[in-house]
Ligand binder design. Structure first.
Ligand SMILES: [Zn+2]
Ligand SMILES: [Zn+2]
Length: 69
């Protein structure tokens, strides 16, 4: 039995299952892959914390650079 998207009920071919399983555990089609479109409850904030802090550091450095000029 093929799995279906939990949002639109569209069939998802089993070869795409790994790609279309979100970190929150929901099976979604490619259209509903983004967090907002399937009401994702995964804690992306803490997951992306490292990446965000990297960006922050870069922007702080950029701001420092600007002040020097
Ligand atoms: Zn869908
Ligand atoms: Zn999700």
């Amino acid at each position: 039995m093929p799995l279906r998207c939990e949002v639109c009920n569209k069939k998802i071919p089993s070869i795409f299952l790994k790609i279309n399983e979100c970190k929150c555990g929901k099976i979604v089609c490619s259209q509903h892959k983004s967090e907002a479109s399937h009401g994702c409850k995964f804690d992306w904030k803490s997951y992306g914390c490292k990446e965000l802090s990297k960006k922050l550091i870069i922007s702080i450095d950029a701001a420092k650079g600007l002040k020097k000029i």
